[in-house]
Design a binder for this molecule. Structure first.
Ligand SMILES: *[C@@H]1O[C@H](CO)[C@@H](O)[C@H](O)[C@H]1NC(C)=O
Ligand SMILES: *[C@@H]1O[C@H](CO)[C@@H](O)[C@H](O)[C@H]1NC(C)=O
Ligand SMILES: *[C@@H]1O[C@H](CO)[C@@H](O)[C@H](O)[C@H]1NC(C)=O
Ligand SMILES: *[C@@H]1O[C@H](CO)[C@@H](O)[C@H](O)[C@H]1NC(C)=O
Ligand SMILES: [Cu+2]
Length: 181
């Protein structure tokens, strides 16, 4: 843990020096979380997604992954009214059908999702998430990590997703290369 913090401060320092695209990517890499909808149950019938959606606090740039067998389900982003009625003849914002749909929560707002396969929405394949601005909700007093950071880099005290961490390592290497060549 200590090593990781040190690494992140190292990165934030080189961020400060470079103020580069790499830096912008790093900020996202450290902050974004990826959530599999339904956790190990994936996106399927017979799961209480309203309960699932209250398990986490979602912030801007988080990613929702819907896993299901292509053709058996789908994912529609819809309006709140369509979420409530389960009638997707109107109010559809976006449709996803690949079976492994990654949806980035880009804005601080409420998002509503349903499955549009006949009957599935009414059977519980629907939920909403209220996405908050990054930083607004996270107020963890982790020992010595957050208080004294003078740089615009906010190390997430919660576990970063594996994806985020590997992005950091990749970009750290990139950043070092940029320094030396
Ligand atoms: C959820 O999806 C993953 C990967 O797509 C798969 O390996 C796993 O078996 C699925 N779980 C269930 C309960 O279907
Ligand atoms: C979400 O945020 C609320 C208040 O901001 C907090 O009480 C709750 O514990 C948080 N939940 C999680 C899973 O972090
Ligand atoms: C964070 O927590 C501290 C005390 O624990 C409190 O004084 C402060 O107002 C909180 N900040 C936010 C943004 O909630
Ligand atoms: C963070 O990850 C470690 C292992 O990578 C795990 O043991 C620990 O429970 C996780 N903590 C939280 C809050 O998820
Ligand atoms: Cu379905």
């Amino acid at each position: 843990m200590k090593k990781e913090i040190k690494l992140r401060y190292g990165i934030s320092f080189s961020c400060f020096l470079h103020a580069s695209l790499v830096c912008v990517l790093l900020l996202c890499g450290a902050r974004c979380e990826t959530y599999t909808v339904g956790d190990e149950d994936n996106w399927s019938i017979g799961v209480n997604y309203l309960a699932w959606s209250t398990k986490y606090n979602f912030t801007v740039d988080d990613i929702l992954v819907f896993k299901y067998t292509k053709g058996e389900h789908n994912v529609y982003e819809v309006s709140e009214a369509t979420f409530r009625s389960c009638d997707a003849s109107s109010g559809v914002v976006a449709k996803y059908t690949t079976g492994s749909d990654q949806i980035e929560l880009k804005e601080a707002k409420e998002y509503w999702f349903i499955c549009d396969i006949s009957g599935h929405c009414l059977d519980g394949m629907r939920f909403g998430v209220d996405v908050s601005q990054a930083g607004a909700a996270s107020n963890t007093t982790a020992s010595g990590t957050s208080a004294s950071a003078p740089l615009p880099f906010n190390p997430n005290p919660n576990n970063a997703s594996e994806r985020g961490t590997s992005v950091i390592y990749l970009l750290l290497v990139l950043d070092l290369l940029l320094k030396f060549f």
